[in-house]
Design a protein around this ligand. Structure first.
Ligand SMILES: [Zn+2]
Length: 165
């Protein structure tokens, strides 16, 4: 663990909040996944159907990717795994690292949009069922001016993880 008096723009250590309901355990991750991520306790605790919410994971470094891949591929008591609210950082990894998801189903993700009329930039939550494979993505109205926003990336790149979903 890092010392307490580190200053400057240090990474926000990864943490998570677990909510257990009958039939589903939800884990909401916050922070950055790096070499300090320690999933040992979490792995031991998770069982049954599990949903990971990943909207607040803003950065993942290469050591973090390794920790994560080792974590998700070895969840002995988990019967069903899903990822939702995947942040752009998570989507990037899903697109680059084929086993980043383990056996998880991707349910929803954030996508970058920009408004051509007023310049507003927003990340919109997209349900996978709203997409038509890797080339179609839903349209949204700008929260500032109401114009239709443009998807602010290459669909075939940003959505390539959907092809294998
Ligand atoms: Zn606008």
């Amino acid at each position: 663990m890092a010392t307490a008096d580190v200053r400057g723009p240090e990474p926000v250590a990864l943490s998570w909040r677990i909510r257990e309901r009958p039939g589903l355990t939800t884990v909401e991750f916050v922070g950055e996944i790096d070499e300090n991520a320690d999933f040992v306790e979490l792995r031991r605790r998770l069982r049954g159907a599990v949903a990971f919410q990943l909207g607040e994971v803003r950065r993942i470094n290469s050591c973090g990717v390794r920790e994560w891949v080792n974590f998700v591929r070895d969840l002995p008591h988990v019967t069903e795994l899903s990822f939702s609210h995947c942040s752009p950082a998570i989507v990037t990894q899903l697109n680059m690292i084929y086993n980043f998801r383990g056996n998880a189903r991707i349910r929803s993700f954030f996508a970058p949009y920009v408004c051509d009329r007023c310049g507003q930039e927003e990340e919109k939550l997209v349900d996978v069922t709203q997409t038509g494979g890797k080339h179609e993505i839903p349209q949204f109205a700008c929260s500032q001016c109401g114009a239709t926003m443009e998807f602010d990336d290459l669909p075939e790149r940003y959505l390539s993880f959907l092809a294998e979903a």
